[in-house]
Ligand binder design. Structure first.
Ligand SMILES: [Zn+2]
Ligand SMILES: [Zn+2]
Length: 257
């Protein structure tokens, strides 16, 4: 792995940009493969109505998101070369600890930023794009307002600047982030209903959990867990009850913003 980082350090900015674009396209395709694979396997377990036919606008926005993610990754490369982001390739217990710290820290930070993004003054500028889709499909993970992509990217870079995580810990967290994001936009629920009875695990962010946020903008702001929604009393009232099923009353009266 040291050799890979040495190679990354030796690249010119243009070469790094091209390589990171390839990496981001690959992650995008992996997410779609996982998402549409799960959608096919669990097609009988819908938690939202079927989405409307795909629009060109969604494809364009998703493409823009991949380009902006590349920009964020490239900014990370520059920060790493400048010594502002430190990466250790050591293999130790720190890997699991780092993944957990990043998971918990980003879960809280994204909950808070997500609630701020729903403020009526910011919502139309930074977050309404993602909410055009109340019946999500896997592609919608990437259908975001450009400001939002850059905002989440900046949050991530700021975190790894103040918390020098190990390389594998970071990769583990990023893999989890992609899996949770993909699963949240399936529109079907792969997990059995019994999942809601498992101690601790039942608090993880599921497909049903994020689907409810797309249906009702006043609930379920969390991403990886429902802890913060429980703590701040924003959890969807029928979340556990309707887990893995269509919500019989999906569109609660929605405030503008
Ligand atoms: Zn979403
Ligand atoms: Zn939202």
């Amino acid at each position: 792995m040291n050799a890979l980082l040495e190679f990354a350090r030796s690249l010119s900015p243009a070469q790094a940009a091209l390589l990171l674009l390839g990496e981001n396209i690959l992650l995008f395709l992996l997410s779609l493969l996982l998402g549409y694979g799960l959608l096919f396997l669990f097609r009988e377990r819908r938690v939202t109505e079927r989405p409307d036919p795909l629009q060109w606008q969604e494809v364009t926005l998703a493409g823009t998101c991949v380009l902006l993610n590349t920009l964020v990754t490239l900014a990370g490369w520059f920060l790493w070369r400048a010594g502002l982001i430190r990466i250790s390739t050591a293999i130790s217990w720190r890997i699991a600890l780092d993944a957990l710290v990043l998971f918990v820290a980003m879960d809280l930070a994204m909950y808070l930023f997500h609630r701020v993004a729903h403020h009526r003054l910011l919502y139309p500028w930074v977050h309404s794009t993602h909410h055009r889709y109340d019946k999500p499909r896997p592609l919608n993970l990437f259908v975001l307002n450009p400001f939002e992509v850059l905002g989440f990217g900046a949050l991530w870079l700021a975190l790894i600047m103040v918390y020098p995580a190990t390389w594998y810990g970071m990769l583990l967290y990023l893999a989890l982030n992609l899996i949770f994001g993909t699963v949240g936009h399936l529109g079907v629920e792969p997990l059995p209903r019994q999942f809601m009875r498992l101690p601790l695990l039942k608090h993880l962010g599921t497909s049903t959990f994020h689907a409810r946020h797309h249906q009702d903008r006043d609930v379920n702001f969390g991403f990886y867990t429902d802890f913060w929604d429980r703590f701040f009393k924003t959890l969807h009232r029928r979340y556990v009850q309707t887990f893995g099923r269509l919500d019989p009353q999906p569109s609660a009266p929605q405030k503008v913003g």
